[in-house]
Structures are given as C-alpha cells and as structure tokens.
Write a protein that binds this ligand. Structure first.
Ligand code: SF4
Length: 581
C-alpha cells in the first residue's frame, strides 16, 4: 500500500501517512495540484511558511511501462503567483515509486533562517540532516559529493545556489542515469520554493523498497505492449527516428522554416544561424568529435525513445548533457547566438547554478534588448549567467526572471504570460500555441498543450497554424495533457505516437487500469484531465487571477512578426471560450 511522506521543516519531523481515498486514483500533476488546492491558501506568499511543495510520482512510475519515469513537483509558484506543476525525467520518479511512496509533501520553514537540510529516504524511513558542507557550490561539485556520501545508486532531487538564494528562475535538478546534475523540473521557480523550505536535496535510496503493486497484471501487460508497439512504429519516436537521432533539436530547422523560431527577443521568426544550432548539426558534431559525444541517450531508465544527448568539447571530452530544443533556442536564437559550443556552455552554467534554461535564455534576451549586451555576444551572455550564479545585485534582478528584468530596465517587448517566459514557438504565426500560452493555468507553457503537433508537424491531424478559432483544440489538448501525460508519469514525447495511433492511446489507459484496478476508457481520462484543469483554475481565481490575465503580452498584438508579418489576432472572446465548457 503506497504512502505519503509528510515533512515538516519547522519542527524537523517526517511522518508517513496513508494515502487518502480521494488521492488513490491519481498521480503526478493530478496529485500535486489536488494537494496544493487542498492544503495551500491561494493568497499565501509562495516563499512563506504557508506554501507547500509536493513531489509526486505518476500512476505507472516504478513499473515497466515505457518512458514513464517522470516526477511532478508542485505548489504555488513565486514566478507566476499561480498554481504550478513542473516535471522532470531522471532517476527520481522510479525510485520514489519503488520506495512505496506516492508523494512527499514538504511544509513549514526552519526556525534557523538560512539553514539548509538534506532529506534521506530509504526503506527504513526518512531522516533530516544538516546540509553543512553541501551548500553554496555549483551542482557539478555538489552532486558527486552527495553520491560519495550516500552511494552512487541513489537518486538526488536538489537545488543550486539560485534556489538557495530564492531566485524565481530557480529549477529543481534530478540526476540522470550516469548521475549528472542535468535533468530539470525547471519551470516556475519551484527551486526557490524548495530553498524557502530550507531543503537543499532529497536523497532517495530504493534498495529493498516494496516496489509498485499491479492490481491487474493482464490489463497492464496488454496496455504496455500496445504503447511499446506504437512508440516503435512512429517516425518521431521509433528507434532511429527523429527524436532518437537528432533529439528535440530536430525542431530548430522545422520551426525556423515555419517562420516561428523566436529570434533576438521575439523580434523575428527566422534566425539566419538556425542551421548552425540545429539537431542535424548537433548530431554531426557528436559524430565528428567522437569521444563521449552521443545522441540517442536516455534520461531515465525504461525510456525507449531516448531523445537526450551528451555534447562533446572539440577534444571529445564531455561538455554538457543535454542540449535540447528549448535550451538551445532560448540561449541561442533568442539571444542571436549561433554556436552549439556557446549554447553548450550556457546550458552547463544553468545546470551548475540550478536555473531553468528557458527562463534564463529569455531573460538574457530581454537584457540584451535593454542594452546590457549585444545580441550574438556569447561571452557577455556567459558573464550575465555568472552574475546570476554568483548572486550579485544584477544577478538577483536577472535571476528573478524575464518579467522582472523587463520591468527593471523598461523593456516593452517582454515575452511572458502571467510572469513566465514563453518557450520556443512564436505564437503570432502559430495561433493555437498562443491560446495555450494565454490560457494555461501556469503561465506560458508549451507542455500544457502541445498543439504544435497538429499545427506544424501534421501529427494527430492537420490544422492551419494561422487560423485563430482554436479554443476547442486548445481545450482538448489542455485536458488531455493534464491526465494522460502529466498524471500518469509518461514523458510528453509519447504524445507523438499516441496522437497518431488510437491503440497506443488505449495502451496508456490500460496501463493505468492495470496498476489501479480500474476500468477507465479514454473518455474517462479526458474528463479527469478537465477536472484537474478546473481545480487549478479555481485556485488561481482564489489567488486573484481573472480572464484579463489569460492574455499574451500587448506588443504581440500590434507588432507584426517577420517573415509572415503577422500579429497575434486571436480575439479575447476566443481566448475566453477555451475554458467555457
Ligand atoms: S523521451 Fe527524452 S525527455 Fe522523454 S524520458 Fe526519454 S530521454 Fe527523457
């Protein structure tokens, strides 16, 4: 029987609780958002004692379901002021599930200000111990020290110096299978919430753990087989397919061709240096330089898509993992930088200091527009990253994110929604993703509903990217994502295969039925996804958000984006219809 671990940082206690019946049939985002709605006052300060941070596993995490090791982390976001769920690959999701835990809830704050702690969880229980000696350092130094102390078989969920300093762009880092500090639940500043709880890291040792019970093995196996078959067949997800060979960065040329690759702080939709930072160039560079460079790397056990990579220096030694689409774009095209070596270094610094690559890249783009550096100046971009990492006064402004930086320096072109930086798809020529950015419960977030699939990639159907009337499409994607991917523990990238293959979609639902002993249909899962979104919107409403917040920044309505010379012309009435039914 799974448990919930509740950790109180005020009295430094940890106790195991039975899972309430109302949480039994959910997981991942469904669980983090339910707990946040039930236990966190919507108007609380995100960094104050009344916020809580929840770490939750997906429904099928810890089983042999393919590509399903995500961990969800949720609470109230200091970046947006909304409810937040952000999830990560890496080693933690599977280990937390195999320890027999559905979630860890961390509440309260230490009496001793600035004191940081480690939480060790293993089959014998949970203990807090001082993090003395493990703080104020980069994560490339800290993680090996933690593995040395606790064994190299544990999983670590930790924060960098940006989280210790409560910066709103701080993410939460999970080690990958080779124990790099490289996988991030990056969005929304949840690293600052973890820092505000005085929690430097959670160490999970699943040796001898009870594992995950499966109520109906026949149903589970049938579902798993269907999903595996769908993933192995689809051109995007199959072995040797697009994600497996050129990684997510395969999108750089595709989105540039569509005129929707945000360039130089969202002032152009095409980047003349796109090919130099593309997935194709990344793959060629790995092959040419040899050494440890590789594509087709897996970020967590049981992933059969393997979209990750290890990027080499010119001499073949390891530079960084992982150079993926959003990170390369944010720190590359969006800053006018056309070198994978430069984006590699900037991503490495994000990993080391513990910040979200999207928020960091968009913030540096805003800083460049403000005149703090010239677009394309990678050395200056690296210096700005060090300001963040070293916590200088300028670093604190930048570390507070793109909106705070734009506000500080008077930059009007501020590409954020509800305070969160936009990802790598320009919403002016791709209207559906603009509706998602505007109406997501968590600020601008492509993972809330990846309408890029039908709008650009002709996956799950094909729709004209320039058509504005897409509130129904956006609603469908928002609801489907909330449960099918974010609550089951599957990586969002299975969506390519299951959108095109109904059998794969059924497979995901049957896996859940197998674990939980339910008999859900696909329609049931879509309805439950809608229930999660409704719950999250109720939290945001109680926190003071209204439909006026479900809007893109004003400049996108009057500034036409080259090369298609289009503004964001989706009427407010269409945006408001997204959550109407
Ligand atoms: S598809 Fe990529 S991001 Fe998703 S779990 Fe696999 S390696 Fe990680």
């Amino acid at each position: 029987m799974s448990k919930i671990l509740r950790v109180n940082m005020t009295d430094l206690t940890a106790r195991f609780e039975d899972v309430p019946e109302k949480y039994r049939l959910t997981g991942g985002r469904g669980l983090t958002s339910s707990i946040t709605c039930d236990e966190v006052p919507p108007t609380c300060h995100p960094l104050g004692p009344n916020n809580k941070i929840t770490f939750a596993v997906g429904i099928v995490a810890g089983t042999s379901a393919p590509t399903s090791g995500r961990i969800s982390i949720g609470g109230k976001s200091p970046l947006t002021g909304t409810i937040k769920e952000t999830n990560s690959g890496g080693m933690a999701g599977q280990k937390l599930a195999r320890l027999g835990l559905k979630a860890i809830i961390v509440e309260g704050q230490p009496k001793e200000k600035g004191k940081l702690w480690l939480l060790k969880v293993d089959k014998a229980g949970a203990q807090l111990q001082p993090a003395d000696g493990f703080t104020s350092k980069g994560l490339y130094e800290t993680y090996p020290m933690l593995f040395k102390k606790f064994s190299d078989k544990v999983a670590i969920i930790g924060i960098g110096t940006s989280g210790e300093r409560l910066m709103s762009m701080a993410g939460i880092c999970v080690n990958d299978p080779e124990n790099r500090p490289s996988r991030y639940a990056g969005r929304g500043g949840m690293g600052a919430v973890m820092g505000s709880k005085g929690l430097k890291a959670i160490i999970l040792d699943d040796a001898g753990g009870p594992g995950v019970p499966i109520a109906n093995k026949e149903a589970f196996d049938a579902g798993r087989k269907k999903l595996v078959a769908a993933l192995r067949e689809h051109d995007i997800t199959k072995p040797g397919g697009a994600l497996n060979t050129t990684g997510t960065a395969t999108l750089i040329n595709v989105i540039d061709e569509a005129g929707a690759l945000p360039t130089r702080n969202f002032s152009d939709g095409r980047f003349e240096g796109a090919n130099k930072i593309s997935g194709e160039t990344l793959k060629e560079t790995c092959e040419k330089r040899g050494g440890v460079g590789m594509v087709g790397h897996s970020c967590s056990p049981g992933c059969i898509i393997k979209c990750s990579n290890v990027y080499p220096r010119p001499d073949g030694t390891e530079h960084v993992s992982v150079q993926e689409y959003e990170s390369i774009w944010a720190l590359g095209a969006n800053c006018g930088i056309d070198s994978l070596d430069a984006t590699g270094e900037l991503i490495r610094l994000c990993n080391d200091y513990g910040v979200d690559t999207i928020e960091a890249g968009v913030t540096i783009g805003v800083a460049m527009e403000a005149g703090l550096a010239k677009f394309g100046d990678s050395q200056k971009a690296i210096e700005l990253m060090h300001e963040i990492g070293q916590g200088t006064p300028l670093g604190h402004i930048l570390g507070s994110g793109a909106a705070a930086t734009a506000s500080t320096f008077g930059v009007v072109r501020c590409p954020t929604v509800k305070g969160q930086a936009m990802p790598a798809y320009e919403p002016r020529p791709i209207k559906g993703i603009g509706i998602i950015y505007a109406t997501s419960t968590m600020g601008a977030d492509h993972t809330a509903g990846y309408t890029i699939a039908p709008e650009i990639l002709d996956i799950g159907g094909s729709v004209d990217k320039l058509v504005a009337e897409k509130s129904a499409l956006a609603r469908h994607f928002l609801h489907a994502t909330a449960y099918l991917f974010d609550s089951t523990g599957h990586c969002l990238f299975i969506s390519f295969a299951v959108l095109d293959n109904p059998s794969g979609l059924e497979g995901v639902v049957e896996e859940c039925n197998g674990v939980l002993g339910t008999s859900w249909t696909v329609d049931d899962v879509l309805r439950m996804g809608g229930d999660i979104v409704k719950k999250e919107r109720a939290f945001n409403k109680a926190a003071g958000f209204t439909s006026v917040d479900d809007r893109l920044p004003e400049f996108m309505k009057y500034e036409k984006l080259p090369p298609h010379n289009v503004a964001f012309d989706v009427p407010d009435t269409e945006l408001d219809k997204t959550h109407d039914s």
